[in-house]
Design a protein around this ligand. Structure first.
Ligand SMILES: N=C(N)NCCCCNCCCN
Ligand SMILES: [Mn+2]
Ligand SMILES: [Mn+2]
Length: 285
């Protein structure tokens, strides 16, 4: 099928099916318009897909071969350079197009700036937003733009969607106060543990949208991202949490955002690719 705003990208090197028949639909969002520190998010989708070439499709832990799963790759969103709102509208419209032909498909976004998660959430209308991120992303506006990547959780909260955040280690006093006033619960990276994850996520209503800003991981693992932060989570901490989530909550959408860089095979992309394969496998466990 044809989507209005996507173009053919370098696709995932797995046996692929059409979006009508897929359980999972990969969508690249190469938007890089509001990055405040390190640029290169426009290469995120390509970097992640290319990094998957290094991986076995068989995931040892679950005895699942993701080459056996019905996965589609519908390419990348044609971005409106410099306009995160217009680009996120295209993300929303693309996912709405997909919902019309296959309402059961789970969109999997590869990004690209975190600002673009808003478009996916607007289309999918989850009741809860679970996010791994170094940053609160609760600013009302940043660099004069309310659709900046640093505001995405604020815009999502304003839709009445419940939120829980993990791996946080950066924010402003205003963001902390906004979270407090609006019942947004978050766990500092220093305090993070599996039990804290279950405590916060268990009471959340379904369905859930799951977002991983790649900068949640320690900067040593993910140096190629827009706003890297020391003191992050380890790979298996995030995997164990998502294992619980996929086993216990209905997930309607997933993304891995803020992957950047200009060198193929960079550690950030390798981390994102591994996370992608684990997510797909654990959804079918
Ligand atoms: N959500 C985010 N990624 N936020 C990052 C904000 C960048 C803070 N710069 C601080 C600059 C101080 N001079
Ligand atoms: Mn972040
Ligand atoms: Mn973020």
């Amino acid at each position: 099928m044809e989507f209005l705003y996507t173009y053919e990208a370098f696709k995932l090197e797995l046996p692929l099916v059409s979006p009508e028949r897929a359980d999972f639909v990969i969508l690249g969002v190469p938007f890089d318009g509001t990055t405040s520190y390190k640029s290169g998010a426009r290469f995120g989708p390509t970097l992640i897909r290319q990094a998957t070439l290094n991986l076995e499709s068989y995931v040892l832990d679950y005895d699942i071969d993701i080459a056996d799963l019905p996965i589609a790759d519908i390419g990348d969103i044609a971005v409106v350079a410099g306009d995160p709102r217009k680009t996120a509208d295209r993300v929303r419209e693309t996912i709405e197009e997909l919902e019309r032909v296959n309402p059961k498909a789970i969109p999997v976004l590869l990004g690209g700036e975190h600002s673009q998660t808003l478009g996916a959430v607007e289309a999918l209308k989850p009741k809860s937003y679970v996010v791994f991120d170094a940053h609160l992303d609760l600013r009302d506006s940043y660099e004069d733009n309310p659709y900046n990547h640093a505001c995405v959780a604020r815009r999502i909260a304003e839709l009445g969607i419940r939120e829980a955040m993990f791996g946080i280690r950066s924010g402003t006093r205003e963001e902390v106060e906004f979270a407090e006033k609006n019942g947004i619960r978050w766990v500092h990276a220093r305090d993070y543990g599996f039990d804290s994850f279950v405590d916060l996520v268990e009471p959340l209503p379904e369905p859930v949208y799951l977002s991983v800003d790649i900068d949640v991981f320690d900067v040593s693992m993910v140096p190629d991202t827009g706003t890297p932060e020391a003191g992050g989570l380890r790979f298996w901490e995030v995997i164990e949490a998502i294992e619980w989530l996929t086993a216990n909550k209905r997930i309607v959408g997933f993304d891995i955002m803020e992957v950047a860089g200009e060198r193929l095979g960079n550690p950030t992309a390798l981390t994102a690719a591994k996370l992608l394969f684990y997510f797909l496998a654990m959804m079918k466990r």
